[in-house]
Design a protein around this ligand. Structure first.
Ligand SMILES: Nc1nc2c(ncn2[C@@H]2O[C@H](COP(=O)(O)OP(=O)(O)OP(=O)(O)O)[C@@H](O)[C@H]2O)c(=O)[nH]1
Length: 438
């Protein structure tokens, strides 16, 4: 068998003919026993073409097959030394699509050429699967880059070769060596004070270990100089196996870098908003709405046999302070009141500016009048010694309060404390009255 035929056999051709172009007749040279079509030993070449063109060929491929396999077309191609292989698809008896080809190879002399038929279905499937994996992988990367992060890096952990995708600059992908890339970032964008922390974290072995320790994903945030300003970047890393290399698994490190500057700023704004919605800006005590909510939550959750204390603290003749010393001094007094309350009560107590010159203290699970009175006395002393711009200004407080078991509603607590306060106001102010509900 000559070399051409040997090659054809090795390449798994099912049927090989020698064709005489002068007579347009074939002579069968090789026919594998499992060949799909068993052709006669010899006959007109048109018989082969017609048979294939009618034998369950895929409709879309028929006319191109007939055109490309015409003798004139075949001879013209071979004269130009162009290899000619016509691909076509046919359905099997089970209606499965098979990928086949018919190839035309020049013979030793111009009096004959070789025509060979082959089934390529398995190869096409293998190629398709590989392409599908690659497509899926690329689609996945594109999705992540477009939707989740601006910058993305894939590192082959065996070769340390890395590809960096930069979405902010129009999906630029560049190949590099992992360590060079990390060093480039360290030299060019990472803020100097964080350089060591950054380099330490991104040492490949250490990072891979950390990913495993942290359950498959590791994240870090560090500041960078980027787009002409200081930005916060969050980098999230994970390890994956390359899905397209089934037999020889390669590990890849995926790193997503997200600019979280605006998210951080929004979080800070939200925190500020939350604080300003809960606190009184002048005294930094809780405002009335938050206090009512917190007290109700406590009353709802606390044990029924516990006792609480609710007190209203009112500055005496505060209107006179404003009128005599001015509104600014009045504000200073209110501010001072807030500071004194924080000094005297515990951080766990609910301290509130209820409104105007009226303050509220709610003490959870505590109702010892003696202790409370001594605390209130300290508070009154502190307010008495208030001075504005070196000028002493005596500020007196009237305090009404109630110690009550937990089942008492907030409305009832307020009402009883207000009655006690009214009593103090009616008896010359500057005093304390604590009721005990049973
Ligand atoms: N400086 C200042 N004054 C305020 C503020 N809020 C309310 N006030 C003033 O607080 C004063 C409260 O006056 P009143 O309710 O008559 O009470 P009072 O003068 O303390 O009189 P008694 O409670 O009866 O002793 C009013 O003049 C309000 O204008 C504030 O934020 N700053």
């Amino acid at each position: 068998m000559d070399r051409v035929l040997e090659t054809l056999v090795l390449q798994n051709y099912e049927v090989v003919f020698e064709v005489n172009p002068a007579t347009d007749r074939f002579r069968k040279i090789i026919s594998k026993p499992d060949a799909l079509i068993q052709f006669p030993e010899e006959g007109p070449m048109s018989q082969v073409r017609d048979f294939i063109a009618t034998d369950k060929i895929c409709e879309a491929d028929r006319s191109i097959f007939l055109t490309e396999t015409q003798l004139g077309h075949v001879l013209a191609k071979m004269a130009g030394n162009e290899p000619l292989s016509v691909k076509y698809r046919r359905y099997s008896d089970k209606n499965e699509l098979h990928y086949r080809s018919i190839s035309f190879i020049p013979g030793k002399n111009s009096s004959s050429f070789i025509c060979a038929i082959r089934d390529e279905t398995n190869e096409v499937h293998r190629q398709y699967e590989k392409n599908l994996d690659l497509r899926l992988k690329n689609e996945g990367i594109r999705f992540i880059v477009e939707n989740m992060c601006e910058n993305f890096m894939i590192v082959n952990v065996s070769t340390h070769e890395c590809t960096t995708f930069t979405n902010s600059e129009g999906n630029i992908a560049c190949k590099n060596h992992y360590e060079s890339q990390i060093n480039w970032f360290a030299d060019n964008i990472v803020v100097a004070q964080d350089r060591d922390r950054y380099l330490q974290y991104f040492k490949l072995d250490a990072l891979m270990e950390r990913i495993m320790e942290e359950g498959g994903i590791s994240s870090i945030t560090f500041p960078v100089n980027y787009k002409g300003g200081r930005h916060d970047f969050a980098v999230t890393s994970t390890l994956i196996d390359d899905p397209s290399e089934r037999h020889k698994k390669s590990r890849y490190l995926f790193l997503c870098a997200q600019d979280i500057t605006s998210i951080r700023a929004a979080e800070a704004r939200n925190r500020e908003l939350l604080v300003s919605s809960q606190f009184d800006p002048l005294t930094h005590l809780l405002n009335r709405a938050t206090t009512e909510k917190n007290i109700r939550e406590h009353l709802y959750a606390a044990k029924n046999d516990s006792w609480n204390t609710f007190m209203i603290l009112d500055i005496d003749h505060f209107k006179n302070v404003n009128d005599e010393y001015g509104h600014m001094t009045g504000d200073e007094v209110l501010h001072h009141m807030g500071n004194c309350m924080r000094e005297v009560f515990r951080s766990d107590d609910i301290l509130c500016r209820w409104g105007g010159d009226e303050f509220v203290v709610f003490i959870k699970g505590f109702a010892d009048e003696k202790v409370l009175t001594s605390r209130l006395t300290i508070l009154r002393d502190k307010m008495n010694t208030f001075s504005s711009k070196g000028m002493p200004l005596q500020v007196n407080l009237s305090i009404g309060g109630v110690c009550a078991p937990n089942g008492t509603t907030l409305n009832m607590l307020y009402q009883k404390a207000d009655e006690a306060l009214y009593d103090v106001k009616n008896h010359g102010r500057n005093g304390i009255s604590l009721l005990r509900l049973s």
